[in-house]
Design a protein around this ligand. Structure first.
Ligand SMILES: NC(=O)c1ccc[n+]([C@@H]2O[C@H](COP(=O)([O-])OP(=O)(O)OC[C@H]3O[C@@H](n4cnc5c(N)ncnc54)[C@H](O)[C@@H]3O)[C@@H](O)[C@H]2O)c1
Length: 336
């Protein structure tokens, strides 16, 4: 499998997003010809910051544009697809569900239907679902296992679950596209510019570029994954799926199986960034609202035995190390 990616034609939807840009960087380094769909130009994206844009072919357009997607797959002879484009902000989804349904549900079936229709012998299609698709389970039933029924409640979570179920249809015997569906925990690390996500929000504030206002009482728990672990996994999954039909239609969780108390994570990040005196002041003054969180799941924890057995994968980056690496990246990024 050495040199597997050399000259392979890969399409990444959402390439100027956080995960897409990091994945593009890795695939470009491994010699792939990377094509990326971009809806919103963002000059601050990791893609431009790391100058990966110059080593990829970028195509403007929307994931719901059926003819465009068909044209890209046929004209570029795409062999591998990573579907990452999505409206990912939980708050935006609560406010504008329609936009979220369009990108996350219609976007997913548009892509899969386009691939089905062109009959181009695409070798692997990785569809990013999410841990949010499971919805809320009692703590005693956690961690989530792939066999658990999806029972989401909130708009973002429902949109990911719908895309997930639609993708399952496309790898059924009747249609038989080579699809793997991923349900990953919260991802963090260099290049994450969604500052409504906790880790970037805290690091930016701790570095003095904004004021941190806790949105919630911090009494919820989340499972986290560092971006490099996710990228390694995506690359590995697509490679194996191309040669192993038994992986077709499989669903995989990934996470740490070690959920973190959100209030403790906030304190940890500020402690890692600030000098002792500033940190003491921060701790004295921070006020978490008493109100319960609204529109979000309270406790998430991922079982990753299945992915570990199939790919010999386990997360390599512990949270302290991942946060330190992230802080170093945001220091460079935020002074630009
Ligand atoms: N970041 C996480 O914690 C996490 C965890 C689990 C799953 N996921 C999933 O992984 C994928 C990537 O997440 P991310 O963190 O990189 O998000 P991101 O917001 O950084 O990137 C998403 C990209 O999709 C693009 N996009 C949105 N709607 C589009 C449309 N209609 N047409 C074309 N492009 C469109 C956005 O412009 C953006 O570039 C998403 O599907 C997300 O649901 C993310």
């Amino acid at each position: 499998m050495k040199g597997f990616w050399k000259k392979r034609k890969v399409l990444i939807t959402g390439i100027n997003g956080f995960v897409g840009a990091n994945l593009a960087k890795s695939l470009v380094h491994q010699g792939a010809s990377v094509y990326g769909l971009i809806r919103n130009y963002n000059p601050y994206s990791f893609l431009y910051f790391e100058k990966i844009n110059k080593k990829t072919t970028l195509i403007n357009g929307d994931i719901t544009d059926f003819n465009l997607i068909k044209r890209i797959i046929v004209e570029e002879g795409i062999q591998h697809v990573f579907h990452l484009a999505a409206q990912v902000e939980v708050g935006t989804a609560l406010e504008y569900p329609y936009l979220t349904w369009e990108s996350n549900i219609r976007g997913t079936y548009t892509l899969l239907e386009a691939i089905r229709e062109v009959e181009m012998n695409v070798k692997s299609i990785i569809i990013a679902s999410s841990d949010k698709a499971y919805g809320s389970y009692p703590v005693e039933q956690l961690p989530y296992k792939e066999s658990y029924p999806l029972k989401p409640e909130y708009p973002y979570d429902v949109s990911k679950a719908c895309g997930d179920l639609i993708a399952q249809t496309y790898c059924s015997k009747e249609i038989n596209l080579p699809v793997i569906i991923t349900r990953f925990a919260n991802i963090y690390g260099p290049g994450q510019l969604n500052f409504s996500a906790l880790v970037p929000d805290c690091i930016r504030s701790a570095l003095g570029h904004s004021t941190f206002i806790p949105r919630t009482n911090g009494e919820h728990h989340r499972d986290f994954l560092f971006i490099n672990d996710v990228v390694d996994l995506y690359v590995l999954m697509a490679k194996k799926l191309s040669n192993d039909k038994s992986l077709n239609g499989q669903i995989f969780n990934a996470g740490s199986n070690d959920p973190i108390h959100i209030k403790s994570l906030i304190i940890k990040i500020f402690k890692l960034v600030m000098d002792p005196e500033a940190f003491t002041n921060f701790k004295r003054n921070i006020k978490f609202p008493n109100s319960k969180i609204h529109g979000e799941i309270l406790f998430q924890q991922m079982d990753f035995k299945k992915i570990s057995n199939s790919f010999k994968w386990s997360p390599q980056t512990q949270i302290n190390e991942g946060i330190k690496l992230s802080i170093e990246w945001y220091k460079k990024f935020l002074i630009n």
